[in-house]
Design a protein around this ligand. Sequence first.
Ligand code: ADP
Ligand code: GLC
Length: 495
Amino acid sequence: MKICFVSSECVPYAKTGGLADVSGALPKALAESGMEVKTFLPLYSSIQTEDYDLKPDISNQGIRIHMGRLSHDFNAWKGHLPNSKAEVYFIDCPTFYHRGELYTNQLDEAERFIFFQQAVLRILQNEHWAPDIIHCNDWQTALIPALLKMSYKWDALFKNTKSLLSIHNIGYQGRFSRDSIYGAGLPYKYYYPGGPFEFYDSFCFLKTGIMFADKISTVSQTYAKEIQTPEFGAALEGVLHDRKKDLLGILNGIDSSVWNPLSDKHIPQNYSFDSFLKKKKNKQALLDAFALPFDTKTPTIGIVSRLAIQKGFDIFKPVLEKILRNDVQFVILGTGEPEYEEFLQNMALKYPGKIAVTIGFNEGLAHQITAGADMFLMPSQYEPCGLNQMYSLNYGTVPIVRQTGGLADTVTDFTQFPTKGNGITFSEYTSDELFQAVERALKLFKNKQNWKKMVSRGMGEDFSWKASAAKYIKLYQQSKLIKQESESIKDKIYD
Ligand code: ADP
Ligand code: GLC
């Protein structure tokens, strides 16, 4: 099967969050299962082509894309995901992708990703490469299903091409001015209140994707159910509920060539469950680096996170000082909303021996915290999948999480289920429940026998991509069975 995987970020080239980890690992796992995979990514200015042995793709140079009255040219670059047969194409258009950040709030944000999606389809045409599936990820790539059904319908190349839209976070929807519909080359007549492109008086890329994709997936089973409810659906619950038949939750895996305590290149001391005592050296090095006192009896709680409301910082903020009255330390790495950056920095100044904070994005430090901490806190308001709790489990760093989305699917509370618990969970999204959960964890930490049980279960969890990749392949196969004259919304109304 031929799979075209389209994403706005991908490890090791460009990353702001978990989507990059997935895009770097899933295509690799698919290629290992015998699929022919081409991944597509914008060539952001932060990507140094020589670092990854990327070469100009001589058959895809100087391609012009028209977007309404605008037109720009791009060149393609090519390479392979590290240690993989999966090819990666990069769309090089400095006007759009040399911005310092992957995502911007600038006026042409819609055009940046319209251009990207058009460029992908143009390369496929140039290469005469007809994918069985175009696997789109999040709003930045969610117009492709509609483009296939409308603007590119004339091209017989895509006659048997189906689309899958994976939703990694329903909170980011890509909503823009209706004028962008012209730029996208989609028919404006379908923009009307409640229509397939319209969402609260805006042109919504994600809603368009949900309406037109042949299949829809999200990154955990619980989140697949949650997004069909008003609490979690971010107002798209109705549209998703209508497509329930085609919506599936598949838990992300983790790339064990990158996240594995036995071989992790970023940490001072490799270890496994059998050599668990060695983990202590990572704790010592981490605390030394931040001038925090080292004592095996004092638990260290790690946080590595985007500092966004989604991640639970609004319930963490009111109880942090109360938690700090215990014998406990925090090492926190994050970047995001200024309110939380300032708050955490102030706390670090106020409690110098107890809390260390690094504001920024630092891959190595993320690994060192995961390996060096005793516990890992993720009090998310919602969490489509979450990767850090899986990394922590495999690193013997006990997760304390709110029971939502992928956190609920991977972490089982030890107090409630002593025979299978691998971490600590709480359910209500309140500061009080978060506080109680941390207190429980601190108490459990003193009971070495129970702690070891949790650690051994976590380290034994198999989160490898193989199983999840097999589920995607099954979903691809199912989408191939959808007939052209199927009942799905897009064919019924818009043919
Ligand atoms: P999300 O994608 O919502 O941010 P995930 O848990 O799926 O959450 O993935 C986050 C990924 O980004 C993990 O690999 C995590 O280690 C990484 N990450 C988040 N913040 C930082 C940071 N400040 N520095 C380095 N890595 C980070
Ligand atoms: C999103 C979600 C996160 C998920 C990641 C990868 O960023 O917030 O929960 O793990 O995508 O699917």
